[in-house]
Design a protein around this ligand. Structure first.
Ligand SMILES: *Cc1c(COP(=O)(O)O)cnc(C)c1O
Length: 233
């Protein structure tokens, strides 16, 4: 059995230590509990233990769990996985931040659906920093161009960048990728696009979140360290 309380406490302690090593305020780092494959009753336990942000990577899972979650007014939902254009309509009214926008086509659909319900949808642009073929995300080279185009959409607001680092046993291996994403965000901030701010840098998972924080992450997405190994049926 996992001990949710200890796990959450331990993750928070590690976030605090990593922030302090980087001379940063731990309060500025948002912890997203990644709840894919986790049942709603366990998510509710996590919420009782102080979790305020939930990350899911599948539209279907969000829709299934949405009404089963307590304290909805205090909870923020994050879509962190690949989003197909034809599924935007199912989550547009449910999620607070979409981390995985990597094409103009997807942003246009989000804009259209957001307009219909009179919402400004906050998004992050997902960047494939390491150029892994298996991963989604725009390349560093094409990121500026994509952001410039998305910034013209009235009901989409770009709030920053997201990346998923390559899987590695040694998190030091991926430090350069986190640094590159931070540099890219500084570069974009300097361009001062209308309707774009670089408030968030979403990077770091169970295996690498401390390094990500040292390199400037202010959103970390953590599943395994909180809920244990995922059980896929
Ligand atoms: C599953 C997932 C995570 C969390 O992974 P852990 O290694 O379990 O912490 C973070 N980000 C994304 C995009 C994910 O799909």
């Amino acid at each position: 059995m996992i001990n949710l309380k200890d796990n959450i406490h331990h993750v928070n302690a590690r976030i605090t230590q990593a922030a302090k090593r980087a001379n940063r305020d731990p309060e500025e780092i948002m912890l997203i509990a990644v709840t894919k494959t986790v049942d709603a009753d366990i998510i509710n336990d996590a919420i009782d233990l102080g979790i305020k942000n939930i990350g899911e990577n599948k539209v279907q899972e969000i829709c299934h769990k949405y009404d089963l979650i307590n304290n909805k007014q205090d909870i923020k939902w994050h879509l962190i996985g690949h989003l197909q254009t034809n599924k935007v309509k199912y989550i547009i009214d449910k999620v607070d931040l979409i981390h995985s926008v990597d094409t103009l086509k997807l942003a246009i659909e989000i804009n259209k659906r957001a307009q219909k319900i009179d919402k400004i949808m906050e998004i992050l642009v997902q960047v494939n920093v390491a150029k892994e073929e298996s991963k989604f995300g725009v390349s560093i080279e094409q990121c500026n161009n994509l952001i410039e185009q998305i910034s013209k959409l009235s009901n989409v607001k770009i709030k920053g960048l997201m990346t998923i680092a390559p899987y590695t046993k040694n998190p030091e291996d991926v430090r350069p990728y986190f640094r590159q994403l931070k540099d890219l965000s500084i570069d974009i901030k300097r361009k001062n696009y209308d309707n774009v701010d670089m408030e968030y840098l979403s990077m770091g998972m169970t295996g690498d979140f401390e390094v990500a924080i040292e390199e400037g992450a202010n959103i970390v997405r953590i599943g395994t360290a909180i809920f244990g190994e995922r059980q896929y049926n």
